[in-house]
Design a protein around this ligand. Structure first.
Ligand code: NDP
Length: 265
């Protein structure tokens, strides 16, 4: 059998850890495949690019997760429901789409026990998949976003939503930064006065940003809260994607043992 080729499509894509993560696992598990990165500028060319490069599968990152959804011939039920795809595999010329960000995130926060109420700071693409899976699992989700437009669709689906201006604080077991605030700057995801209301009564604070301690997590630590960054989410979505790529040939733990080395290299 010819070597299988996988890639990550994104724009930008040069920063992505996915090639290292997947190549470590392919190598460690002696699976004959290679994973590269591809700067995809136009999402509408996703399908033809996939075909031209003779790929077996891809991960898709910002800003093409909705284009990936549209490019697939078949969608798994959860991807169908949320309209966002980050993993595609090819089988007999057809593209099958999945979302592994959401189950990856769910697994990442499973270490926090006795959690029922969750406050999402932000309502962008990442919140779109993760809010749905958490709600399906029985968590009560409230979304607090800087501006109103992105909240409309959540409101229609029955989520409790607020902007900074109309926020009525309550008690939340988990407070999660789902924004890009703090990624390339030192900003907080919400006004500090709001964070000072919700963090003290929380059980833990989580950030989806990885690779740095954000101002949000720094603030949470001043209240002695357990914190967690986005590294496990990234690792777990990668492991679940790898399971799709290799048709569940390996156990989660065996993939993890190799893939997690990407975080110490
Ligand atoms: P989007 O661009 O879709 O959404 C951005 C969200 O952040 C919006 O709700 C926006 O509010 C809000 N926001 C941006 N800047 C600020 C700010 N300065 N203050 C307050 N709110 C702000 O982004 P994504 O959902 O795709 O990504 C969000 C984060 O998730 C990124 O940091 C990304 O790196 C991270 N991520 C991590 C992953 C992992 O595996 N760990 C996987 C995927 C993403 P508004 O609507 O008002 O503009």
């Amino acid at each position: 059998m010819a070597k299988e080729l996988f890639a990550i499509f994104g724009n930008p894509v040069s920063h992505s850890k996915s090639p290292l993560m997947h190549n470590l696992a392919f190598q460690g598990l002696s699976y004959d495949a290679c994973y590269t990165r591809y700067l995809l500028e136009n999402g509408s060319t996703l399908k033809e690019t996939f075909s031209n490069l003779k790929l077996k599968g891809v991960n898709v990152t910002v800003p093409h997760k909705e284009a990936a959804f549209n490019a697939c011939d078949f969608l798994d039920p959860f991807a169908q429901k949320i309209g966002v795809v980050n993993t595609i595999i090819e089988k007999e010329g057809k593209l099958y789409g999945y979302n592994t960000d959401a189950p990856g995130f769910l697994k990442a926060i499973s270490e926090f026990k006795e959690v029922k109420t969750v406050l999402f700071l932000g309502a962008g693409g990442t919140a779109q998949s993760t809010s749905r899976i958490l709600r399906d699992e029985g968590y009560e989700i409230t979304l607090l976003n800087r501006s109103a437009p992105r909240l409309e669709k959540y409101k229609k689906e029955g989520f409790r939503t607020y902007t900074f201006d109309d926020f009525v604080p309550s008690t939340y077991d988990l407070v999660i930064n789902m924004t890009s605030a703090g990624l390339e700057d030192e900003s907080l995801p919400a006004p500090q006065a709001i964070l000072n209301r919700v963090i003290p009564s929380s059980k833990a604070c989580v950030d989806v940003i990885y690779g740095k301690e954000t101002p949000f997590l720094k603030l949470a630590k001043t209240y002695d809260k357990p914190t967690k960054d986005g590294s496990d989410m990234l690792l777990y979505q990668g492991i679940i994607a790898f399971e799709y790529f290799t048709q569940s040939h390996y156990t989660f733990e065996s993939i993890k043992s190799y893939m997690q080395k990407a975080f110490i290299l």
